[in-house]
Design a protein around this ligand. Structure first.
Ligand code: DGT
Ligand code: CA
Ligand code: CA
Ligand code: ZN
Length: 581
């Protein structure tokens, strides 16, 4: 996506959030307008920076007023309305809005009545009883808020940021820094590169012999809220969203050693350093060198060089947790991990037939083929999901359209599927006879998150045992850093999946990354198989397949445990086997 679109989308999102707080209503007309505009820009296949105001206003989802704001940004680098809202609403208010149970209206009320504009302020008001004194704040409500804050760990000093938030900042910033004159390489390192679900702070590395323009560009970023410290080679800042970024500038000759060092983990580094010492070498962020007076450099330019000089194959960052990867690498037993290029199909895709999908079937399929998919499972929501679901008749009509499209295109296998809703009792949509007519069925939990382990396990296992179901979507229903998932007896669920052959989805949305890597790892040990899917609702979502792949790599999954690395014929044969055909 062009950088301008990316930046404009971010600003529209910020406008939506701040307007929601200002108007005290998530459904206010202007809030909706900004949200629609945000989505429209994400879906744009042209550079917004090169479109006239009239062109912009003609895009579906963009109104006249947002079109004018986009032009204002392109021409002046800022949006007056946004600056005004930023001035009126302290940064901490956005954190308040993230607390489940706290709406925009209450956030406004907290500011107006108690002067509360951030989480520590809210926590204090809970502790000293002021909050309970507000109209509409029953004891139960206060108790729920306190529990929600505690669960999210939002107030602690070592608060962590969900990977989705850190990734978008990191990718944008790296793209900007990579274009600074003189820069040879730019990348993110640290826990984000290891693909942890939550990030303490963001670590960026830039290779150049000329650090000054890098520092200047970095400090001028719109997202930078305050500077913690800035020197020749290291600058630390905090963004408007409260994320700390550590930027380090290294000479190009040290980039590999620096990437190893700052990617970590600390535990992995300690093992590498010990290995170096055992060989009479020292390893630091500049180089792997002889541990003697000569200090002769053995390796420093690439990560591969450093690992090779330590007698190891390159170890993928997702595995660098000192969790057995060094032993496996030493023994030549690292798993044959999947890469994005290995992915042949995407098996969880919505079209505008689902209430929450945005693109017609034909456009979605064309975009999937553009991304190299040989087969696709179209999985709109089935009828039990009341707001977004689809009747049997609508499904049948879509099936005809899909068969016709497959014939007409001839370059992709189209599987007619659905995303079923797993009811609280394990029941599914439609009836077993109709379910058997689908090519592919994903079954997922969308509600009743608070039930007991026994109830949740029983409902998911029931779905796994339904013969027509081929995969379980977003297993726990969690939202990273926002909503805990359902509590499951994971072993029992994974054993049932292994026994029936039903695949467990690795949902590639950074907000979900579900099943979690620890669960995938456990599933691999128990012989379950997995499918990496994007759960796309718009074309832009299709590109998150790479995150699902990273999640599989973090779990140590080998290619042969991921069914959508199979070619189309073998994949279809696998489905027949699962369904006992
Ligand atoms: P985070 O930020 O808490 O999500 O986790 P990391 O892993 O990004 O940790 P961070 O930002 O403190 O440091 C980035 C990397 O730098 C870390 O993974 C390994 C390396 N590093 C930092 N401090 C040390 C240290 O004292 N010893 C060693 N060997 N490596 C360190
Ligand atoms: Ca970090
Ligand atoms: Ca750091
Ligand atoms: Zn879905």
């Amino acid at each position: 996506m062009p950088r301008t679109n990316d930046e404009v989308a971010r600003l529209l999102d910020e406008l939506a959030v701040l307007t929601e707080i200002a108007e005290g209503d998530p459904n206010a007309f202007r809030v909706r307008a900004y949200q629609n505009a945000h989505r429209a820009v994400l879906g744009l296949d042209r550079d917004a920076g090169e479109m006239s105001e009239a062109d912009l206003a003609r895009v579906k989802g963009l109104g006249k007023s947002t079109a004018a704001k986009i032009r204002e940004y392109v021409q002046t680098g800022t949006i007056a309305k946004l600056e005004e809202l930023r001035a009126a609403h302290p940064r901490g208010q956005r954190d308040l809005l993230k607390v489940p149970g706290l709406g925009a209206k209450t956030v406004g009320l907290l500011q107006a009545t108690l002067g509360i504009t951030d989480l520590p302020g809210l926590q204090a008001a809970i502790d000293d009883g002021r909050l309970a004194g507000l109209p509409g704040m029953g004891a139960k409500t206060v108790e729920n808020l306190a529990a929600a804050i505690g669960k999210l760990g939002l107030t602690s000093k070592d608060r962590r940021v969900p990977i989705a938030d850190a990734m978008s900042v990191a990718e944008r910033t790296v793209a900007v820094l990579a274009h600074v004159p003189g820069v040879v390489d730019a990348a993110y390192a640290g826990s984000l590169r290891r693909f942890r679900e939550t990030i303490g702070d963001l670590d960026l590395l830039v290779a150049t012999d000329d650090p000054e323009p890098v520092r200047t560009t970095f400090l001028a970023l719109d997202e930078v809220d305050r500077v913690i410290g800035s020197g020749e080679t290291k600058t630390s800042v905090v963004t408007r969203d409260g994320l700390q970024i550590d930027l380090r500038v290294v000479p190009p000759g040290s980039f590999g050693a620096a990437m190893v060092y700052f990617t970590g983990s600390k535990a992995h580094n300690i093992r590498l350093r010990q290995r170096a010492l055992d060989r009479g070498l020292t390893l630091n962020e500049y180089a792997l060198a002889h541990h003697d007076d000569t200090a002769e450099v053995i390796a420093s330019v690439t990560e591969e060089d450093v690992y090779a000089a330590l007698g190891l194959p390159w170890i993928t960052p997702e595995l660098r947790e000192d969790d057995g990867e060094i032993e496996a690498a030493t023994a030549g037993q690292l798993p044959d991990l999947p890469t994005l290029a290995d992915i042949r199909g995407d098996l969880h895709v919505h079209t505008d037939l689902s209430g929450d999908g945005h693109e017609p079937l034909e456009r979605m399929v064309a975009a999937l083929v553009d991304r190299g998919r040989d087969y696709v499972g179209i999985t709109d929501h089935a009828e039990n999901l009341t707001i977004n679901g689809v009747s049997r008749a609508a499904m049948e009509a879509q099936r005809l359209r899909l068969r016709e499209l497959e014939q007409r295109r001839g370059d992709v296998r189209l599987l007619h599927g659905a995303e079923l809703n797993i009811g609280v009792d394990g029941s599914l949509d439609y009836d077993p006879a109709f379910l058997a007519t689908f090519d592919w069925l994903v079954a997922s939990v969308h509600s009743h998150f608070g039930r007991s382990v026994a109830e949740q396990t029983a409902r998911v296992v029931a779905a796994i045992r339904e013969p027509s179901v081929t995969a379980i979507g977003h297993l726990t229903g969690r939202m990273v850093g926002r909503r805990p998932g359902i509590e499951l007896d994971v072993e029992q669920v994974l054993d049932a999946a292994a026994e029936t052959g039903t695949a467990i989805e690795i949902n590639a949305s950074l907000h979900r990354l579900d099943a979690p890597a620890t669960v995938v790892r456990e599933g691999l040990a128990r012989g379950a198989c997995f499918v990496i899917s994007t759960d796309s609702h718009r074309i832009g979502d299709l590109d998150r397949m790479r995150f699902g792949v990273a999640q599989a790599r973090r779990a140590g999954a080998s290619k042969d445990a991921i069914v959508n690395t199979l070619d189309a014929d073998r994949f279809l044969a696998w489905i027949d086997a699962v369904r006992g055909a």
